[in-house]
Design a protein around this ligand. Sequence first.
Ligand code: PLP
Length: 384
Amino acid sequence: MTRLPSLITEAVASVAGDNAPLHTPEISGNEWEYVKDCLDTEWVSTVGSYVNRFEEALTEITGAKFAIATSSGTSALHACLIVAGVGREDEVIVPALTFVATANAVAYQGATPHFVDCELTTLGIDAAKLDQHLSDTAELTGDGCRNRKTGRSIRALICMHTFGHPCDLDGLKALCDRWRLVLIEDAAESIGSYYKGQHTGNTGVLSALSFNGNKIITTGGGGAVLTNDEDLARRIKHITTTAKTPHAWEFVHDEIGYNYRLPNVNAAIGCAQLEKLPEWLHQKRALAAKYRDVMKELAGISYFDEPAECVSNYWLNVVMLDEDKIELRDVILEALNGAGLMSRPAWTPMHMLEMFGKCPRGDLSTAESVFRRLINIPSSPRLA
Ligand SMILES: *Cc1c(COP(=O)(O)O)cnc(C)c1O
């Protein structure tokens, strides 16, 4: 019998204690005060000073010129695809290794996700492999990139910063320029993460953030779109607020819009949360360092570190089993969860989900390998 499952459980417990959820929200700042202010002033819904304040704070933290707060990360992604001009006959490049919302948002537009592989150094899209895949299957026409097999246009690429680790933004930006794809960043997991000194979410034409309950910063539920393009920012604001044309009393809407605005109550929570972000990022680095240390002692498993030239927020800590230990993954997950140390495998890759099973795709061997080897371990900032 291998001792690896119990050794890993002991190692994680030595850092995280006896009982630890995967990631819990921390309500330890001005949340009560700001929410009470909303309730006292009756500014509870989609217009209010906290929404504006929250958006301003997001531009300060990320360095993006514009931030538009939305009701979720998924709605933020959907809005990005709409203004990027993605429609029914289009395909969008999506990593196979991502949370389902990335692919769902593409499907909401009636478009088809086209799944591509990740690289082991970042867990994000492998730019070189994708370039080869496009050379094999696509061509550039007067109308942009076209999939020769399906006849559809490949309009955009959504990259994702997995568990907070920035993907190869330079490589993917160059690839998008070459193949004339709109680069969209799913930065739902990467607030506080930097690529070559710049906050993630600034390389794509548009980027989406999430403030769901399990993310570093939560608004209960919520999201935001980041962009440095004023016209796109105006378009995002317009379609996420029912596409109403400004008028003192008349209701005129000039296209089909969405009710995707973040309510003021949620933004109030977000304002308080953002005040704590620097402290939490500091704690998460300390926690990551502890896990790195204890995992060094174990054979058969390794701690996943931030990519070169990047600063990761270490949203969820990642350990990776060696190829020859794959069959132990579920035993290890059972041991960890049995000890009250909430741990999870990676998401089932998108092409393995029934509704996306027939979508076009490249070779996905690395995503499948990562799926079998990766384990997320308890990561709340307070564990540090
Ligand atoms: C959380 C998450 C989303 C969706 O955000 P919601 O706010 O839950 O809608 C999208 N993409 C990724 C990668 C995420 O982790």
